[in-house]
Design a binder for this molecule. Structure first.
Ligand code: GLC
Length: 464
């Protein structure tokens, strides 16, 4: 039998210690987060300043990701064996020794590279920005780097900076330019991190030294030699990118005062937007985000990956993302000759045809006010207090009646976006019913435009 005195004597101390831990840990976490944010160059930005910096990106909604490098030479096959996983990871997955891998650079000769055509393709697709891998995890630089020979100029027969003409083409065609830079993983420079650990003694070395001699000067190079940059896209910080290490890179961002950075630097830096990879969040998020995604199954070119998503799927993804307030960064993986694979070109052109007609329902829109629509998605635009809803119909109603559930606002005008045909909108006890033609106008997604009178008023029951 334990008396209450004994009980408290025995457990009281534990209870007090636990209580202290519970009370203090959140405080400690907050202090650490605040510390991380204090060296964040935009930590003291006002909401208005931030909104101004983010404006173009929030309106763009659609961008092109380009994964390009030496890995496009083996293109998924090493020593006659197909190496599983994504193409740009072939060196890591195949445990290819550094000296062996470097030999591929001798065959990296993208004589068909036409940056102007790439940028025009992005523009035709309706994309507003592009982000290219200036350096991926294999450490190979697509630009002329003064701190290494492991770059396009010194290690390949091509011998010319690939990013300069791309930057020029972007400026010419009004497409914003971003660079992806793998700051932590580097499988060819000594000291760079490697997922799963190093597999070649040549990779051994000190990571801080690697950061000082390679990553820091290279990030300076890409932030100063290519004109205005819109985005810096960090990747795979893992545990290696401690706060101290992230602090070696973070201040460099000031070299491009208006640049946006993602959340993958490490050291708890929040960045300007988060980066769901290969997936679309289930609901809207109340912060800026960008889904990056491949058109087939790989980022870097793999000769035998024919798992292409359909144009319809890609359009629906774009619509789904816009309806949740995010951006879509859609990837192409060019070959070692410098060609974007034909199936990607076809799909991007088809998306472009859709965007030409329906872009108004994507650009500068914000998230849907509806929690769920059984027939499709909705995007919203508010201009001078006038609210417009764009109804993206995935499943065309067989009975010719499209119910907008829970919409209580008065509809000023309902029309088909593609041909401006006016439609009748009828108030109903469960919302508004739009009388639509028998057939959709578009083979992929048909958009109906609803201009509302007065404020937006939606009373939708949340799905159980
Ligand atoms: C990953 C991969 C990488 C790819 C990136 C794109 O984190 O490591 O290869 O570049 O995702 O989001």
């Amino acid at each position: 039998m334990v008396t209450s005195e004994q009980f408290f004597g025995r457990y009281g101390l534990c209870a007090i210690v636990s209580l202290l831990i519970i009370l203090f840990i959140p405080g400690l976490v907050r202090v650490r987060a605040a510390e991380a944010e204090s060296s964040w160059p935009y930590a003291n930005e006002t909401k208005q300043q931030r909104d101004t910096r983010m404006k173009w990106w929030r309106e763009a909604r659609f961008g092109m990701f380009i994964h390009w490098g030496v890995y496009s030479v083996p293109a998924g096959t090493y020593k006659d064996k197909q190496i599983g996983g994504i193409g740009e990871w072939i060196m890591n997955r195949g445990k290819i020794p550094v000296a062996e891998y470097k030999k591929f650079a001798k065959q990296f000769n993208p004589v068909k590279y036409d940056p102007d055509a790439w940028v025009r393709l992005a523009k035709t697709a309706g994309m507003k920005y592009l982000v290219i891998t200036a350096k991926h995890h294999d450490g190979f630089a697509l630009f002329d780097s003064k701190v290494t020979d492991w770059d396009i100029v010194d290690a390949t027969p091509y011998g010319k900076d690939l990013l300069k003409p791309l930057a020029r083409a972007c400026r010419k065609h009004g497409i914003k330019l971003g660079f992806y830079y793998s700051q932590s993983q580097d499988w060819c420079h000594p000291g760079g991190a490697a997922s799963g650990g190093h597999w070649d003694p040549a990779q051994g070395g000190d990571m801080d030294e690697y950061l000082r001699t390679i990553a820091v000067p290279q990030v300076k190079e890409i932030l100063t030699n290519y004109g205005d940059l819109a985005v810096l896209w960090w990747d795979t910080p893992f545990k290696h990118m401690t706060k101290e290490r992230a602090d070696m890179l973070q201040p460099l961002v000031k070299l491009q005062p208006d640049i946006l950075t993602n959340n993958r630097l490490g050291g708890k830096y929040p960045g300007d937007f988060t980066t769901p990879e290969q997936r679309i969040p289930a609901t809207g998020l109340d912060y800026d985000w960008e889904t990056c995604m491949t058109i087939n199954g790989t980022w870097g070119y793999k000769s035998y990956d024919h798992n292409w998503k359909s144009t319809e799927k890609l359009i629906k993804n774009l619509v789904d993302i816009a309806s949740k307030g995010g951006n879509y960064l859609l990837n192409v993986g060019p070959t070692s000759l410098g060609e974007i694979p034909q199936p990607s070109i076809e799909r991007l052109k088809e998306i472009g045809l859709w965007m030409k007609v329906n872009g108004e329902a994507i650009y500068a829109t914000t998230a849907s006010p509806f929690s769920k629509l059984t027939w499709g998605r909705c995007t919203k635009k508010v201009r001078d207090k006038t609210v417009t809803l764009y109804l993206h119909v995935f499943d065309w109603p067989k009975n010719g009646k499209l119910l907008v559930p829970g919409l209580r606002s008065q509809v000023l005008r309902a029309s088909m976006l593609a041909n401006r045909q006016l439609l009748q909108a009828v108030k109903h006890k469960t919302g508004v019913i739009i009388n639509v033609p028998d057939k959709p106008l578009d083979q992929h997604v048909t958009v109906i435009k609803l201009e509302l009178k007065g404020p937006l008023n939606v009373k939708q029951e949340l799905p159980k």
